[in-house]
Design a protein around this ligand. Structure first.
Ligand code: NDP
Ligand code: 2IT
Length: 449
């Protein structure tokens, strides 16, 4: 195992996020490797960390002034043992190959946990959608798809949204794919309802994370009723996490973006949340604008040179990091513990640094890793694919009931695997072990390909 990790680091020394994700999975699955010596001869660790295919391409586009720009596009097709590659597209200035590889690697295991037939992949671009006009975003999406279309398909690779990619971007990309292929198929998920989308897909990641957290609380005989929660981010996942916490009787006191956060002691009730949705999704504004509408709340700009985020220092019962990777470090973990937080549930992908996870485990904090807790999004993407194949759509209640059932089953799978391998109550180890075993067995069944 150490040798495999060393080789990965030597090969691509700059891909730190990928190394971090691999380290975590490998550490968890050590007891599985000890029980299965044939994995070594089969070079399972080497095979599972080497993408089946990496696609990188130029994305040229023209801004509204006629200036041409060039961005880099990525699609990492990581593993197809369990089904067609499946996973989102991220448009953010920070995107690089290492970040897309970490996300694709996580996606393989997350998708395995959903119980549906999906392999893992991820893509995106270092294009920054902030401050761009609708027409500029459309031209970028069209140029991106003008290359990506030849690599994807409803039975090959089915992208969706992630940071910076929502309904608007999916629409523009779907339009270009349809034009180039002359085919109306479910090649993307997160589509609008009128043309093949699924009810509950926009809500699914946030709702699913809260369903998962509710299952964790239930193991302690608790519910969300009266619980206060810290949420980071203010995008898709943060919004619907907040909505479901409210519905279950809890209260959310923080929302953030990359510049700072809002603290609203009274909580983001339905009216306030609707304001945030309009601000972020339609006006594409900043979370700081919230306090102009609700002056009783406080906006705190976060100085990027600080070595902690004051958001996590507020007292609360639960915390849901829903912005991006590596947003909770050891200092933040200590602040969370000091503030009375007893449950942390990752809505984002890998938002907690490994040392911080260790501290939380040492203090017996309930901790849900993203690959289990935020799997509701891709699970409902899988249900969108199923509905597209049938050319039917299920009602809202049916999709929501299936989502709830899937989250419950992921929760049970994590706990059972933890118990089987002597790490009871450790959801990180449970999620990694259960998903790894399923993917590896499928790879072995299918031979050396
Ligand atoms: P959105 O683009 O809708 O929102 C992202 C939010 O996170 C924004 O508030 C954004 O603030 C903030 N953010 C992004 N980058 C940074 C950064 N570097 N530092 C601080 N804040 C940042 O994305 P989603 O809500 O869809 O995604 C959030 C997280 O959830 C990601 O980790 C994603 O991978 C994960 N996820 C998403 C799923 C989905 O279905 N959408 C499914 C499973 C996981 P700003 O406006 O300033 O950039
Ligand atoms: O990280 C994720 O699981 C997503 N961004 C959703 C992927 C999907 O295919 O719905």
């Amino acid at each position: 195992m150490e040798k495999a990790i060393e080789r990965i680091r030597d090969k691509d020394p700059e891909q730190q996020e990928f190394h971090q994700a691999v380290d975590e999975v490998f550490t968890s699955v050590k007891p599985v490797l000890d029980r299965n010596f044939e994995f070594r001869q089969q070079a399972i660790l080497e095979r599972i960390t080497e993408p089946e295919r990496v696609i990188m391409f130029r994305v040229p586009w023209m801004d509204d002034e006629g200036q041409v720009h060039v961005n880099r596009g990525f699609r990492v097709e990581m593993n197809s043992a369990l089904g067609p590659y499946k996973g989102g597209l991220r448009f953010h200035a920070s995107v690089n190959l290492g970040i897309i590889k970490f996300l694709a690697f996580e996606q393989v295991f997350k998708n395995s946990l959903t119980t549906l037939s999906m392999g893992g992949g991820k893509g995106g671009s270092d294009f920054d959608p902030k401050g761009k006009s609708d027409n500029e975003v459309m031209r970028f999406c069209q140029s991106f798809m003008a290359e990506l279309y030849r690599h994807i398909g409803p039975n090959t690779d089915v992208p969706a949204g992630d940071i910076g990619v929502g309904a608007r971007e999916i629409g523009y990309m779907f339009g270009m794919y349809k034009k180039l292929k002359n085919e109306f198929t479910g090649v993307l998920t997160g589509k609008s309802l009128a043309w093949g989308g699924s009810l509950i897909r926009p809500e699914a990641t946030g709702y699913g994370a809260v369903y998962f957290a509710a299952e964790m609380l239930q193991t302690k005989g608790e519910t969300f009723e009266g619980k206060s929660c810290l949420v980071s981010g203010s995008g898709n996942v943060a919004q619907f996490t907040t909505e479901k916490i409210n519905a279950l009787g809890g209260k959310v006191t923080t929302l953030s973006d990359s510049s700072g956060y809002v603290y609203d002691e009274e909580g983001f009730d339905t009216a306030k949340l609707n304001f945030v949705k309009e601000l972020k999704n339609i006006k594409r504004g900043r979370i700081s604008e919230y306090v102009q509408e609700y002056p009783k709340a406080e906006y705190i700009r976060v100085d990027p040179s600080l070595d902690y985020n004051p958001l996590w220092a507020h007292s609360a019962d639960c915390a849901f990091p829903c912005a991006t990777q590596n947003e909770i470090n050891t200092k933040d973990a200590e602040h969370l513990i000091a503030g009375g937080v007893g449950l942390i549930c990752e809505g984002a992908n890998m938002p907690t640094l490994p040392d911080a996870v260790d501290i939380l485990h040492e203090h017996n904090i309930l901790f849900a890793p993203g690959k289990a807790a935020n799997a509701g999004g891709v699970a409902v993407s899988g249900l969108e694919m199923a509905q597209n194949s049938m050319r039917l759509s299920w009602p809202r209640q049916e999709v929501d009931a299936r989502l709830k059932h899937i989250m419950k089953s992921i929760h049970k799978t994590c706990l059972d695997a933890g118990t089987e391998y002597g790490v009871e109550g450790n959801y990180v180890a449970g999620a990694n072990i259960a998903s790894f075993v399923k993917v590896v067995n499928a790879m072995l069944d299918q031979g050396l390909v």
